[in-house]
Design a binder for this molecule. Structure first.
Ligand code: ADP
Ligand code: MG
Length: 682
């Protein structure tokens, strides 16, 4: 018999839960003894991955082979955990957790292989579209048919919906292990309609921070007691295994004390034989009062309160209009948090149901409602604003077009113009986020170019940019020159490369070796002139954005990726000479800067190819190989260390070492063109 089973999954940062409907009743399935599966992975020596309680226990002793709170990094394409011969991404970590969930469902419900298991998985309300997408992918990879992703506060509200019967405005506060999530919802229980009105939160705030605070305090106690520095393995004087197992056990003790303090005024802490010091076993023993705990955690309380009050202010929320304040998540057991929330809202919080199972219960109701009798209607909103990069007073800024908290589907248009005289091409760089003044605080979403702009002085052309965002989180961006009618419409998903028949744009970081001893043949002026020429020509090339790292002894980034010619020219004027080169540092900076772009990325190093010492040469080669980004070197002069330059450079797909040699800087622009042409042919 082939049947379909519907489950709700609360894929938590700390704990994961799964719930099924059984004879009209919601039931959380147990993993071993508990309903909560610790969202912890442990990588065994043979490379196999374990998830759950056992993984957690092993991780306490050996934290270096453990992954915990991986959800905090969900959607971060640059985060990986590296083990011997194994690399784990946040999405893979989620997949492993969900595989364990699926195996458990199969076992507990005795379902046959091949049965379709439909799942509703919950995510924090402020998750970006990309994080939602990765969660969906993880669910599918684990073998679920993911019918819907909904937000945790929404699920909590739905769970309460089963017990209440009036219309209400809810304020849901979810503080789990690593994430903090707040939402305002309008609920019409009678008709089962749930409208999300506003969301906010902090991606990196939760129970882990409380543990960390207490853990640091415990470390301090031991340090004072024994007069040793435990801040790192090196300074502690302990053996590798001993140091990490000691830190792991101390962190566990910190968490236990925290949990105990939710019930009692004082926690007794005892960790026998924490480590051996000067031949003697050290037993860690202390008492922690709730008052002390509260004073240590005061900065965290402040952040939590601030996030809530900021949102109330920003969204103009009338506190008196909030019917119920609902607490969700294990960290809301902390008494001070509840008290603070009650003070802010001037009402008692509603905690009729178990804080830990609210989310999974709601998810399960939703999973079953899609086919069942009781249809639940959920209206989600855009959790982060979307806009485009513009040149403003402070350089690159964000102009938000679709504002957060808008209901799906949403459409909005705005008019923009050009930055340069007679500019015929504009690049539309789409970003997700709220910070209009500092573009780098927002997340890059996607990009495309529009050609055929009216040939006119800067500021004259009228380019209309329209955003259209639907519930499946597919964004459609249209750019249109209102005079020439040149128009391009692009459908994008975050992180996806837009290849619409055209050559994909390239982002370059240019490293100018301007150290005192060399300054490219000893003539800094010549080098600057060459760079200026290069920048002027750059606009016509298929270069998308260019950045500069000046690697004097300080190796600072003097200009982030930009298309602003004036800014680049101004930056070149400020390149200084002096000190010895710190090239490997410069490569690192360039690498970091490029990471946020989804275009093809290249680092170009312009140097005389004579490092100051051997160590530096080795470090340079290492960083360049590890960067994962193409490194093309241009050596200037006849006196370069060709072997080193080759070691620094990448190898192209045609097996060419990407190293160019020029006699003087006048050839820089030309060489650059050659490089670009060879890149586009690939
Ligand atoms: P998540 O949604 O992140 O998986 P949970 O809602 O399960 O997290 O909450 C886990 C967090 O709650 C952990 O940091 C845990 O230490 C904390 N926690 C659980 N119970 C208590 C308690 N009684 N008092 C204080 N903190 C608690
Ligand atoms: Mg949770």
């Amino acid at each position: 018999m082939s049947e379909i089973i519907q489950v709700g999954i609360d894929l938590g940062t700390t704990n994961t839960l799964v719930s099924v409907m059984n004879k009209g009743k919601m039931k959380c399935l147990k993993f071993g003894r508990s309903e909560m599966l610790p969202s912890v992975l442990y990588v065994n020596e043979d490379g196999s991955i374990e998830v759950g309680e056992k993984a957690q226990a092993k991780g306490v002793i050996d934290p270096n082979n453990r992954i915990k709170s991986s959800k905090t990094w969900m959607g971060d394409f640059y985060k990986t955990w590296k083990f011997d011969g194994l690399e784990v991404t946040p999405t893979l970590a989620a997949t492993e957790i969900l595989k364990t969930v699926k195996a458990n469902v199969m076992k507990r419900l005795k379902v046959e292989e091949g049965t379709t298991i439909e799942a509703v998985i919950t995510v924090p309300a402020y998750f970006t579209s990309n994080q939602i997408d990765e969660t969906r992918k993880a669910g599918q990879a684990a073998g679920f048919k993911v019918t819907r992703i909904t937000t945790e506060p929404m699920a909590a509200a739905i769970a309460y919906g089963a017990t209440l019967a009036t219309d209400d405005k809810l304020f849901v506060i979810d503080l789990g292990g690593g994430t903090f999530d707040i939402s305002v919802l309008q609920v019409n229980y009678e008709n089962n309609v749930y409208d999300n009105l506003a969301v906010d939160g902090d991606k990196k705030l939760g129970g882990d921070d409380f543990d960390e605070t207490i853990f640091k305090y415990f470390n301090q106690i031991i340090q004072e007691d024994l007069e040793i520095d435990l801040s790192s393995l090196g300074t502690s004087g302990l053996e590798y295994g001993q140091y990490y197992s000691m830190q792991g056990r101390l962190l566990q003790a910190a968490e236990r004390a925290k949990v105990e303090l939710s019930e009692s005024d004082e926690a007794e802490v005892l960790v026998p034989n924490l480590f051996t010091y000067e031949g003697e076993e050290y037993n860690f023993e202390t008492r922690l009062s709730r008052a002390k705990f509260d004073s240590l955690c005061a900065p965290l309380y402040k952040r939590i309160n601030q996030t809530i009050t900021d949102m109330i202010k920003r969204e103009n929320i009338d506190i008196k209009g909030i019917g119920r304040v609902i607490l969700v998540g294990g960290s809301c057991y902390i008494p001070a948090i509840k008290e603070n929330v009650e003070k802010i809202f001037n009402q008692k919080v509603y905690t009729d149901m178990d804080l830990s199972t609210l989310v999974v219960t709601g998810a399960c109701i939703l999973a079953n409602s899609q086919t069942g009798v009781e249809k639940v209607q959920v209206n989600d909103i855009i959790s982060h604003s979307l806009g485009i990069e513009v040149v403003g007073e402070n350089g690159q800024e964000l102009s938000r077009i679709l504002l957060k908290n808008r209901k799906y589907p949403a459409t909005e248009a705005e008019i923009f113009t050009t930055t340069f005289d007679y500019q015929e091409v504009v690049t539309i760089n789409v970003y997700e986020g709220e910070d209009e003044k500092d573009l780098t605080k927002n997340e890059f979403y996607g990009s495309f170019t529009l050609e055929g702009i009216e040939k006119a002085k800067k500021g004259v052309p009228q380019i209309e940019v329209t955003f259209n965002f639907d519930e499946s989180r597919i964004l459609e961006v249209t750019a249109k020159d209102l005079t020439t009618s040149a128009c391009k419409k692009v459908t994008m998903k975050k992180g996806e490369k837009i290849i619409s028949g055209e050559q994909s744009p390239i982002d370059f970081m240019l490293l100018i070796d301007a150290s005192g001893s060399m300054s490219i043949g000893g003539r800094m002026d010549e080098a600057k002139k060459a760079c200026n020429k290069l920048i002027e020509e750059m606009i016509d090339l298929s270069v998308h954005r260019l950045g500069l790292v000046d690697f004097t002894s300080r190796a600072e980034l003097i200009c982030g990726l930009t298309q602003d010619e004036n800014k680049l020219l101004d930056t070149v004027a400020h390149i200084t000479t002096g000190g010895s080169t710190n090239m490997h540092h410069a490569i690192k900076i360039a690498n970091n800067e490029l990471k946020s772009s989804i275009n093809d990325k290249v680092i170009i190093i312009v140097t005389d190819g004579r490092p100051d010492n051997n160590e530096e040469a080795k470090a340079m080669a290492k960083v360049s190989k590890q960067s994962g980004i193409r490194v093309i070197t241009i050596g200037v002069g006849n006196d370069i260390d060709r072997e080193l330059m080759k070691r620094l450079s990448s190898v192209s797909e045609t097996n060419q070492v990407e190293f160019y040699q020029i006699n003087n800087m006048n050839k820089l622009a030309e060489t650059f063109k050659t490089i670009i042409n060879s890149l586009s042919r690939q």
